[in-house]
Design a binder for this molecule. Structure first.
Ligand code: HEC
Ligand code: HEC
Length: 359
């Protein structure tokens, strides 16, 4: 009996040393991975983007339409009053845009576009809070505590000294200004254009300052082990390439395949680059496999535009069945999309060649 206890003790001790050793290895490996610094390119762009020539022309035409023309010929009465005197040449019409603050207008429009981008497409508020003063990404002591930092100008706000290269690194590359990898999943933002990022920065800048100091991310035991084993990768590592050029302007907001392809960039994280769906690699293991969105019999063959809109906004298929999580995450964004955006998305999806579902 004593001997058995002794052996049990030894076994427990060995296991304990093994577990502690493994955990020690995991902790140091995870922190070494987290402490690497990565380089990315330097970019620059204006906030806000100035009005385009076309926008300025539209504005000029609008102002001219509401203003009585200064250059009308003199009336008969004016001729009579002038009694043969030479009629003075009409004064040159002042520029209809005189006194219009084009910079203020550009900012106003940028903020409005940024608000739409956040609410209909990019979902920053999900983790940073509706007023950008901070929120939660993951809050589970055993797994990890990863909070979305305060991005307002209040105390605890982290972006006060950001230049455009810092914004680019943080949002589109998953790299913090210090060069360390960010815990933010930036994969969905890689294809964001300069103007979209600029618009979002303008919108964030329009938020009231809120004082809120948010704790930096900490990994619990589960995330530490998964990170060390490479199963909870940083998005900067997944993105891999940090020097590729960014596109300056998004495609025109028209119901075209091209604009739809751009909008569908945020669907690929789950439905994959080729939209054939299948198990979601970077997702919560409890999520159902993503649906095949190509024109295949296992995909969306036979769907109409209305079926598509209902599926995204009401989470119902044409046969009445319910579309399950995590598509519910998408519905609030789909509700904010304009008809043009929905039509463009559908034009793109309809154009996808039929392919069997991904494995
Ligand atoms: C899924 C949650 C999530 C979403 C969505 C998200 N963020 Fe983040 N973001 C985070 C987390 C977590 C951090 C902190 C990362 C760290 O410190 O490692 C962060 C950090 C940042 C930072 C860097 C702050 C610093 O540490 O200096 C910026 C800037 C930022 N986010 C902007 C955005 C913008 C803009 C969007 C939308 C386009 C967005 N985020 C969407 C979770 C998110
Ligand atoms: C977070 C992961 C995720 C994202 C992001 C996502 N989807 Fe889905 N989607 C799914 C999953 C999972 C299903 C299957 C749900 C089920 O089996 O009930 C699905 C189903 C669908 C369906 C229903 C098709 C069918 O027969 O089940 C459509 C349509 C769809 N997604 C379109 C989109 C579009 C368009 C986008 C981008 C705007 C998008 N999804 C973004 C995960 C996602």
């Amino acid at each position: 009996m004593k001997k058995a206890l002794k052996w049990l003790g030894i076994v427990v001790a060995v296991l304990l040393v093994g577990v502690l050793g493994f955990y020690g290895w995991a902790t140091s490996t995870a922190s070494a991975l987290g402490e690497r610094t990565l380089e990315s390119h330097e970019v620059d762009f204006p906030v806000p983007f100035p009005l385009t020539d076309e926008e300025v022309e539209v504005l000029r035409a609008e102002r001219l339409a509401v203003r009585p023309s200064d250059s009308e010929p003199p009336t008969t009465e004016e001729y009579a009053a002038a009694e043969g005197e030479p009629v003075p040449a009409p004064a040159p019409a002042p520029d209809p845009l005189e006194g219009v603050d084009l910079d203020a207008l550009a900012l106003e429009r940028a903020v409005a576009r940024g608000e739409h981008l956040v609410n209909a497409r990019y979902g920053c508020t999900e983790c940073h809070g509706a007023d950008f003063s901070g929120g939660e990404m993951i809050n589970d002591a055993a797994f990890a505590i990863i909070l979305g930092p305060n991005l307002t100008a209040g105390e605890g706000g982290l972006v006060a000294d950001y230049d455009m290269a810092d914004w680019d690194r943080s949002v589109r590359h998953g790299i913090l200004p210090s060069g360390r990898q960010s815990a933010m999943p930036s994969g969905d933002y890689v294809l964001m254009t300069d103007r979209e990022l600029s618009d979002i920065i303008a919108y964030i800048g329009s938020m009231d300052p809120v004082d809120n100091v948010v704790l930096a991310p900490t990994l619990g035991p589960v995330a530490t082990i998964l990170t060390a084993l490479g199963k909870f990768p940083f998005s900067a590592d997944l993105i891999g390439e940090h020097r590729h050029d960014h596109v300056a302007n998004p495609p025109e907001a028209e119901p075209t395949v091209e604009f739809g392809r751009h909008l569908a960039g945020v669907c690929t994280g789950c439905h994959r680059e080729d939209f054939t769906g299948g198990p979601i690699a970077a997702g919560d293991p409890s999520w159902f496999p993503a649906a095949n969105l190509t024109n295949h019999e296992d995909g969306l063959a036979g769907w109409t535009y209305d079926d598509f809109v209902t599926s995204l906004r009401e989470l119902r298929r044409p046969d009445g069945s319910e579309i399950r999580p995590p598509m519910a995450l998408i519905a609030p964004y789909a509700a904010e999309m304009t008809d043009t955006e929905m039509q463009a998305l559908w034009a793109f999806i309809e154009s996808l060649e039929a392919q069997p579902t991904g494995l």
